[in-house]
Ligand binder design. Structure first.
Ligand SMILES: NC(=O)C1=CN([C@@H]2O[C@H](COP(=O)(O)OP(=O)(O)OC[C@H]3O[C@@H](n4cnc5c(N)ncnc54)[C@H](O)[C@@H]3O)[C@@H](O)[C@H]2O)C=CC1
Ligand SMILES: O=C(O)C(=O)Cc1ccc(O)cc1
Length: 303
């Protein structure tokens, strides 16, 4: 199996810096290099000692046998173009983008000579930047690999072993299926959070500032999600347009049914749905997929 002992990280924000921290701890013999197009981020990553920070993408990838692109989805093509001529023969190139089909197509187009294996660690927070990362972010979380027709078997096995070393559970999935699943479980929920927080803010004039003052648990949870990186989420919605629009269509129809139930004093419909959703929450908690474990890791294991 390929030994991934020289890893280059392009983009040193939340996810790139978390990979650097986790790989530094889990793979002590490996060499880590990194580049970010933002000079302030490069300076901060160097201060934190996350990786050997260099001044160009070319220098970062020259000796690497694994390159991971950790930039917003809309910047993947530019990042791939910046490394393409400088890759070592046989290098594996992966990414961490939250949407997969369009990113994978671009990586395969731009990096036709590299061994491309797209990936998505389904773990994160609402924060950004190199200070926000932490070593335990991926522990016990899923990392979904979406190999294309050109991905080779040994590269897939090597990347699987890399993410497992960082503590992740690895699943292999078709990229379009990934995008549909994540539209339902992550992308549309973020859009709903952005919408409700925007609506509440617009209503502040009517409610005389009391929305924010009396914001209860549910609304506070939405404000956390709606504080996520604007650039990153703009890119995700534009990249996963079809699956997001299909899911929104279904959501709109279901919302109309609830609207009608409320208007018609149809308590039975409301009770049926709320009972069903409460069972779903219990199932998630039992599977250990709620955020408590990650929050615990963030609070107790910064580093
Ligand atoms: N934030 C989260 O919770 C999660 C994010 N992701 C995905 O990870 C990727 C990175 O997200 P974050 O780390 O949260 O973002 P971030 O904003 O913390 O970091 C992204 C970094 O990429 C740099 N960058 C942008 N274009 C570049 C280029 N062409 N070359 C080099 N550096 C460049 C930026 O300067 C920035 O420092 C995104 O594709 C996102 O969809 C995946 C899982 C979770
Ligand atoms: O902070 C949260 O609740 C998240 O949902 C983080 C997150 C954001 C994007 C991803 O692709 C995966 C995880």
């Amino acid at each position: 199996m390929d030994e991934l002992n020289t890893v280059a990280i392009i983009g040193l924000g939340l996810i790139g810096s978390s990979i650097a921290r986790a790989a530094g701890a889990a793979l002590p013999g490996s060499s880590l290099t990194g580049f970010d197009s933002d000079e302030a981020v490069r300076r901060r990553a160097a201060e934190l000692g996350l990786v050997a920070v260099v001044d160009s993408a070319a220098d970062a990838v020259r000796d690497a046998n694994l390159v991971i692109l950790c930039v917003p989805v809309g910047a993947m093509t530019a990042a791939a173009e910046s490394i393409a001529p400088h890759l070592r023969p046989g290098a594996i190139v992966s990414d961490v983008g939250s949407s997969k089909a369009s990113v994978a197509a671009e990586l395969e187009r731009v990096l036709s000579v590299a061994r491309v294996v797209p990936a998505h660690p389904v773990a994160g927070t609402e924060q950004s930047g190199p200070d926000a990362g932490f070593a335990s972010l991926f522990r016990g979380r899923w990392c979904i690999l979406t190999p294309g027709e050109t991905s080779d078997g040994p590269a897939l096995l090597a990347l699987r072993a890399f993410w497992q070393a960082l503590g992740a559970r690895v699943e292999v999935m078709d990229a379009h299926h990934h995008d549909l699943v994540l539209a339902v479980t992550s992308h549309v929920p973020h859009l709903i959070a952005y919408t409700i927080v925007g609506t509440a803010s617009d209503l502040e004039a009517v409610t005389e500032g009391e929305v924010i003052k009396y914001s209860a648990g549910g609304f506070r949870d939405f404000t956390r999600i709606a504080a996520s990186s604007p650039v990153m989420w703009r890119d995700i919605f534009l990249a996963n347009k079809d699956a997001v629009l299909d899911t929104l269509q279904r959501f709109g129809e279901d919302l109309s049914l609830l609207q009608r139930a409320i208007r018609n004093d149809d308590g039975e419909t409301l009770l049926d749905l709320f009972t069903r959703t409460s069972a779903i929450r219990r199932g998630i908690v039992e599977m250990g997929q709620d955020t408590a474990a990650a929050d615990f890791g963030r609070t107790h294991e910064q580093g």
